[in-house]
Design a protein around this ligand. Structure first.
Ligand code: ATP
Length: 237
């Protein structure tokens, strides 16, 4: 059975402040979907809604299984891993401890195999195994956050602004690894990203979110070709 992520009539916010106003889109299993939009549009809130971190109304399903209304822990157990903006790594813990925490919903010898798998994607993490996460560079910390999320063996990876604060070279490397993970493991990816060039470079589908509503959807090529997107997000025309 396919594990499409289907979002319908999604409403979410904080207290009385409604941020998302009826968002609807589908990410097909194994696809990369980019969410673009200006500051404050609700992109982070959308990812939080998908991972159960904010209250929602509407429908979110993964392979037909309802996710909406479940706790973040329950959503993680159903295969959705969220790499938040700011990464969420535990600074005093070592790289290895952070990675093992990522597998908290799983146990057993497979966890060691998965650590090896993560080191293949991120050889630098193997070198830094016993170092505190707080001593890593920004790029290494983002890799650690991604590695930790992969320890969950997710079916869906939610990435919030992975390029934030990173040098262009590091960002490109990070996106290359995301693309490899997507291709090798058929992991579905939803990525929120200010760097629209990079995001559209790895995505098949993209949506533009403005003031809590999707105002434009299409293939990455269609979105790239859109006059308004080009002006607002790609910096030309
Ligand atoms: P950015 O690119 O600046 O992170 P965004 O598109 O991710 O923007 P959100 O962070 O989802 O947007 O914010 C959408 C709206 O929700 C904003 O008006 C913001 O002020 C508000 N908001 C975000 N987090 C909270 C919170 N914890 N409590 C109350 N309001 C919040």
């Amino acid at each position: 059975m396919s594990s499409d992520l289907v979002v319908e009539d999604l409403v979410a916010g904080y207290g009385d402040a409604q941020v998302l106003h009826g968002v609807r889109f589908t990410v097909r299993e194994g696809e990369v979907c980019a969410i673009l939009g200006p500051n404050g549009a609700g992109k982070t809130t959308l990812l939080r809604a998908l991972s159960g971190m904010v209250r929602t109304r509407g429908t979110i399903t993964l392979g037909g299984v309802p996710l909406a209304g479940r706790s973040p822990d329950a959503v993680a157990r159903l295969g959705v891993a969220h790499v938040p903006e700011g990464r969420g790594t535990f600074m005093p813990l070592t790289v290895e401890e952070n990675l093992r925490l990522g597998a908290y919903v799983r146990r057993g010898p497979a966890v060691n195999d998965d650590l090896e798998r993560i080191y293949q994607y991120f050889p630098v993490l193997k070198k830094r195994l016993k170092q505190a996460a707080g001593s890593l560079s920004g790029g290494e910390q983002q890799m650690l956050a991604l590695g930790r999320a992969l320890m969950l063996r997710p079916r869906v990876l939610l990435l919030d602004e992975p390029s934030l604060g990173l040098a262009p070279l590091v960002t490109r490397e990070l996106f290359r690894i995301v693309q490899t993970i997507n291709e090798e493991e058929q992991t579905t990816v939803v990525v929120v990203e200010q760097n629209a060039h990079l995001a559209l470079g790895v995505a098949q589908q993209a949506h533009v979110l403005e003031t809590g509503r999707i105002v434009l959807s299409g293939t990455a090529e269609e979105i790239r070709a859109d006059e308004q997107v080009a002006q607002s997000y790609l910096g030309y025309r």
